[in-house]
Design a protein around this ligand. Sequence first.
Ligand code: AGP
Length: 608
Amino acid sequence: MCGITGYTGSARALPVIMEALHRLEYRGYDSAGVAVEGKDGFFLKKVKGKIDDLDAALDGVEIEGTTGIGHTRWATHGEPSQKNAHPHFSIDRNIMLVHNGIIENHDRLRDRLPEDIEFTSETDTEVLVHLLSENYDGDLTEAVRFTLGEVEGSFAVAVVHRDEPGRIVAARSGSPLIIGCGGEGNYVASDLPALLDFTNEVIFLDEDEIATIDSDSITVQTIDGEERKKSVNSISWDAVQAQKGGYKHFMLKEIAEQPQVLRQSMRGRLDSEAGIVKFPNLELDDSIFKRIEKINLIACGTSYHACMVARYWLEEMTDLHVEVDIGSEYRYRSLNYEADREMLVTVSQSGETADTLAALRKVSRLDVPVLSICNVLGSTMAREADDVLYTHAGPEIGVASTKSFTTQLLVLFLFSYYLGRLRGSFEGDRELLEALEQIPDQVDQQIRDREIYQKIAAEQFKKEDFLFLGRHLNYPVAMEGALKLKEISYIHAEGYPAGEMKHGPIALIDEEIPVVVLGPHSRVYNKMLSNIEEVKARGGIVLGVCMEDDKQGIAEMCDYLMPVPDTEELLTPFLTTPPMQILSYELAVRRGCDVDQPRNLAKSVTVE
Ligand code: AGP
């Protein structure tokens, strides 16, 4: 998500905007910029990199202007670069604009512009500032209103014009925008943290509203021009609390974001009525997907667990041979690739994991097609692969992967479905896609139900060993549950294929060990019942994950129950995962651990 800031008042604008930009860093970004009113027009500075890099580029710069705008960019159109950074400017540099969102009809809007207008960036945003310049007739608010009336997509914008000093025009549709008032002037920002160092008095802009912000006045109207009376809210949070949106930790906030980002990740990719999946931005030719006989999925950590789940989906919906491996192991294997019969799929939230990158580079030298599934646009993996599918989870701040995992699952499921239909091995299943469309709401329901997990945590947080058992599609989820628990609570936890219990791990079972058993309705349900009986017979503590309506089955046998909503068997990993995330979170909190920044861990492992 990009971040917008703006200020107009009695103080010098540059330091105010820079401090506000620092407060938006938590949102994740790849470039930043600022524009401030100066004696001879706007002073503009943009960098690829961090706010500290922008600070360095501004070292020694003294700008007296008391009005300006700033931006942190999370790239969606056009890779991270200085020229793609905001603010964007009109040809005569009389207008400066920052934007958060996606202009879906930017191509069509661009066709309306005079041909001699030279674009300086690859962004969708730039078309706005040139259109504004064409539409400006002495009233910036009117020009913004008219221009945004032509836009399809989502936007939050802040705009300044040289001929209207001291004024910021801000508008939103689909992306948040908040106005701060009082203090030494008036402010605008994408999010509260950028305002709370300066004022706690804020006005929340609603959908399709435009604000005309001067240093001593704020007027709000609708995009249709109707005057709006807005209330001023007093915010009790401090800036750090606001960055977490009121949640205690980023991890909890990101667990709660899963319904929204799953919908975001589905958008434009499935049509349940027709029973089809599509990837409009996929560039690799369908002939490759039809030609291959084998697909290799490579990743690390949580992303590897997503690949493990995907293997079952690919084997279920396609006729492909599927291999899954860990990046750090795969890179040392003596591979007998058949370049025209295989492809590599790398999965990575950061797109910077050294071990996965090494595997990608090893294989791409063999002229084998490589598809990356990433969350970070413009990341190394996204650029080095032949093609990329984005998970659209937005920035993930907590070190423990949560929303990036479930959106990886979503893209891998959709990709499996797409391949199956393309290769003619799977005719499609409308009911399956309709059930998939229900998943975000079902996850939303699960996330609200935290008392179950808080009770378990209160009674089990002193345990030093946990075992997680699953079969088939839910064996990887057991692995993921164990990884989540160990990485944020430091409790030793193992994920195991439940069928392996009798081959060794059953020796671990005694009255002290909690055993998480994933037992949703499935072709292996009865086998999971047997596993629970094995554990109970040896005094183990069973924490059962099962369907809500399974009261007479697994439920009665468990010491604790983590119910999940009913869904299609193939989709159960989407609903058995949130209990793993929330259970780990509550146990880690009870143990007083640093949930967002666990010891010894980095968010992106860019070293081998
Ligand atoms: C999982 O919670 C960890 N953050 C870690 O295992 C992570 O999944 C792994 O390092 C891979 O990262 P990537 O998805 O960015 O490649």
